[in-house]
Ligand binder design. Sequence first.
Ligand code: FES
Length: 120
Amino acid sequence: MYSKKVIEHFKNPHNQGQIEKSDAIGQKGNMACGDVMKIYLQIENNIIKDIKFETFGCAAAIAVTSAMTDIAKGKTIDEALAITKDNIVKDLGGLPEPKIHCSMLGIDALREAINNYKNK
Ligand code: FES
């Protein structure tokens, strides 16, 4: 059902945890399933130097957000805002159709964190 890469990210998520002195935090919940995603950013000169996540979420949401943090790290905040679910799903080698919505949880939390940073 899941690609090998999805299972790897789920079993060994990258960038999981908190950033103690983060520059921005974003949190999003999925009303349909009740899962919650929180993203922490450390930003220097508009570049994402570090990114971490915490979640109460399903396997797909964990795997997608783990992959997303790898993609976002080192990007400018505007480049990170342009990351789409298709970028991540492609990077993961696909997701089962019923799990596609899970790919938005991390992206939405990332966008919220960046917008919070911009509005500081
Ligand atoms: Fe809730 Fe996947 S089922 S994010």
